[in-house]
Design a protein around this ligand. Structure first.
Ligand SMILES: Cc1ncc(COP(=O)(O)O)c(C=O)c1O
Length: 475
């Protein structure tokens, strides 16, 4: 391992090396059994004589910090390691630079750190349904191809293979007439929103979001200096009449509103498009959860009924495949593409090429469509179980919000207040049942009381026992 030692001036070089290695052992940076760099090598790195290093090592050995094994090197001994964490650090950690106050308002999603026994949280597809075998084969193929190709940086817009596969996929599944040149590959929806906001909006601009709604984009927009305006959602989707006059953009989830689950009606879609045209505004359409459709015919995406070029369509593979792939895409008017590619370039240049090619081949080879059908059938049966149980066993307390797609169901409280439901959810959590509360998605509207039940992560046979416990927690 490379050991960082900083020598100051030309005096007491042995002492400086001794003290810094000693400190690294005491504060645990060097652990028992770690091998110190050979004296010859360290001497060369520090431009000192080998004797300078040898004497420092001998002193450390004499005090029991290290032991020397003839022929194999000098090792940290277990007795002293990590014993004195309170020793003053070499350089005082400075508090001189603080983050902007906006970061105090962002809470990292720690909820995902602790696994639940009955996991009804949203946003988590089932790992057991992931197409592991096909994926392994395709990754192997990419790695083999990489053995003979140059290691070069990728294109900010994304790999052509993946862009054309997505273009064909959305053309078939969503009726979107996408050319691959207008698709940009991103690290999930979140980065798509980041790039769009940077390219189109100016700090101080207002962006409207659904209330209740998906939280991470709100933090993102605020961190970019935008004003975020929550707009209520009813059974037809975002209430267009309540959009602020000065909004330059609106972020919506029309296929499966997150978290309520309602589908935006065609009437509302048209009203939203008219509003955008009138106000010279942009619509960001997050086609969240559209792939897993259980009842009815899908409504046209906003993007396909937009005649004025005001919609940017965003998709993600986090729910359909896995959040760990961290790939998504956006489809934008041609006029924006050059700037969007530049924004991707200055952000993180491009998404990992290997994964892009694996995903591109997976989609192009028909694996993705097969996976959606297979996983969709499992999710459909889970959803049916949950919906039936809520209508039957929880009818005294909860109303199911009608919805047609996706990986979660929302139920609003009939009589209980948000605070009372909070207690129910807390009692359930203690008994290993994880559910989201509707209030946690509120922006500014008076929060509605309700529960949001995901069925991506929970095994089918765990649903009934989990709901039984949840039901007991209402008493
Ligand atoms: C409304 C909504 N859109 C998109 C996503 C996916 O985001 P990403 O692609 O950044 O993982 C989520 C994940 O929970 C979501 O709730």
């Amino acid at each position: 391992m490379t050991l960082h030692i900083r020598l100051d001036g030309q005096t007491d070089l042995t002492g400086q090396i001794y003290r810094q290695v000693r400190r690294a052992i005491l504060d645990g940076r060097l652990r028992p059994g770690d091998r110190l760099p050979p004296s010859r090598e360290l001497a060369r790195t520090l431009s000192v004589s080998r004797l300078t290093v040898t004497i420092a090592y001998e002193r450390l050995a004499g005090e029991g910090f290290v032991r020397t094994a003839a022929g194999s090197g000098t090792f940290v001994s277990s007795a002293m390691a990590g014993q004195k964490r309170d020793e003053a650090p070499a350089i005082q950690a400075a508090d001189a630079i603080s983050p902007r106050p906006i970061w105090d308002t962002v809470v990292l999603p720690t909820a995902f750190d602790r696994p639940a026994i009955y996991d009804f949280r949203t946003g988590l597809p089932d790992g057991a349904l992931f197409p592991h075998r096909s994926w392994r084969r395709l990754v192997g193929r990419e790695l083999r191809a990489a053995e003979t190709s140059a290691m070069i940086y990728g294109q900010p817009g994304g790999a052509s293979l993946l862009r054309s596969a997505i273009a064909r996929h959305v053309a078939v599944s969503r009726g979107i007439d996408a050319s691959e040149d207008r698709i940009l590959i991103t690290s999930g929806t979140q980065q798509a929103l980041d790039i769009v906001a940077r390219v189109v909006l100016t700090p101080g601009d207002t962006i409207a979001v659904e209330d209740p709604g998906y939280e991470p984009p709100r933090h993102l927009f605020r961190s970019l200096g935008l004003q975020v305006a929550g707009v209520p959602v009813d059974h037809e989707g975002i209430v267009v009449d309540r959009l602020p006059n000065d909004a330059r953009a609106v972020y919506v989830t029309p296929s499966h509103q997150y978290p309520l689950g309602v589908v935006m009606s065609m009437r509302r879609r048209r009203a939203l498009l008219q509003w955008a045209e009138r106000r010279d505004a942009l619509i960001i359409e997050d086609d969240y959860d559209s792939e897993f459709r259980f009842v009815g015919r899908p409504l046209e995406p906003l993007q396909t009924i937009d005649a004025a070029g005001r919609v940017i369509y965003v998709g993600s593979f986090s729910k359909t495949l896995s959040p760990s792939i961290r790939l998504g895409f956006l489809f934008a008017p041609a006029s924006l593409l050059p700037a969007l590619r530049k924004a991707k370039y200055v952000s993180d240049w491009y998404a990992p090429e290997l994964l892009q090619n694996v995903l591109g081949n997976f989609i192009a080879g028909g694996g993705f469509a097969r996976h959606i059908r297979k996983a969709g059938a499992v999710y459909r049966s889970r959803r049916r179980l949950i919906e039936a149980a809520i209508r039957r066993d929880f009818r005294e307390h909860l109303d199911v919000v009608p919805s047609e797609t996706g990986l979660h169901l929302t139920a609003t409280a009939k009589h209980l207040s948000a605070a009372e439901l909070e207690l129910v959810a807390g009692r359930a959590r203690e008994r290993g049942v994880a559910v989201h509360r509707l209030v946690s998605f509120a922006v500014t509207e008076a929060p509605r009381a309700g529960l949001v039940l995901g069925f991506g992560a929970i095994r089918t046979d765990q649903i009934e026992p989990g709901l039984k416990i949840l039901h007991e927690c209402f008493r």
